[in-house]
Design a protein around this ligand. Sequence first.
Ligand code: KG4
Ligand code: ZN
Length: 342
Amino acid sequence: MLLSIESSCDDSSLALTRLEDAKLLWHAKISQEKEHSAHGGVVPELASRLHAHNLPLLLQKAKEFLTKENQDPFNLLKAIALTTRPGLAITLLEGLMMAKALALSLKLPLISVDHLKGHVYSLFINQATPRFPLSVLLVSGGHTLIVEAHGPTEMCIIAKSLDDSLGESFDKVARMLGLGYPGGPVVERLARLCPVGEEYPFPLPLKQKSTLAFSFSGLKNAVRLAISNEQPLSQEKQARICAGFQKIACAHLLHKVRFYLQHTQVTRFGLVGGVSANAYIRTQLEALCTEFGAELLLAPLEFCTDNAAMIGRAGVVNYHNKIFADLQTLDISPQTEILENS
Ligand code: KG4
Ligand code: ZN
């Protein structure tokens, strides 16, 4: 059994995964949305202190689960996997400290997992055999990428955002409208109140460019201007702005994914990351994949945002490939290990 730890941003999460068939046996998560909401975004130091409080609570719960299986609960563990990159340094360190302490005291090997690879593996939780090759659109609070996964550990970045990520843009739009944090779910909810055809008309980013890249800073600025032009903001106007932002952000994603699919033979396409919980984006991408004859893979909604189950699923692959980390030298990094295609 593998214990996995996730603490790259504002979600503390632990999971237990069976190594033989990658079955997810137990998982739990404590989100910090309420604590960060008042600040309109994640405050790293607060997040770090909350992980220091929450991770031991989760470990206690994991122990209770294991005790039901075995009198000597930690005897069942064969390795500890953890997110080491990319993420906020001071929150990653909380996970690293817990993982090292456990590895040292229980004499278990450590498995270092790249958070972005973890998101890719959110598509294969509870699946013994992940299917590759696979292309993935990863849309989260920190990243907007197209990743090609050629095999279980061979991945490269094909396209990225030139500026902000899509999740961060959802959060900023919500913040500008005074809707709290995280912005994605509340912007999506408000957008549903706007009748089709009434969405605020925002310009499509990078419309003329045939480059494979994303950009959201111009769209964010257009939303800022719309908000100041539409004062005072009724709920109806807020809904028009949210729907307009979501529609154009999604049109931009699809414009670039279409360009990618036109130039690449893809039979399997995945959508992962926190923003992949968005029903509008899921539906639009489904239609695009159908048009290109590609199968769309989606993670269950509960595993779209950050969680330790996906880290455990990625960790199982490392375990079977005997990719272990050194207890003394293992460190965290703000950068992903996935290389860009040059
Ligand atoms: O993957 P994730 O949990 O954390 C990172 O790795 O960054 O993604 C969090 C992001 C936040 O920006 C949040 O606003 C966004 O995912 N998000 C959504 C939705 N649910 C979460 N964005 C759009 N629609 C949603 N339903
Ligand atoms: Zn994430």
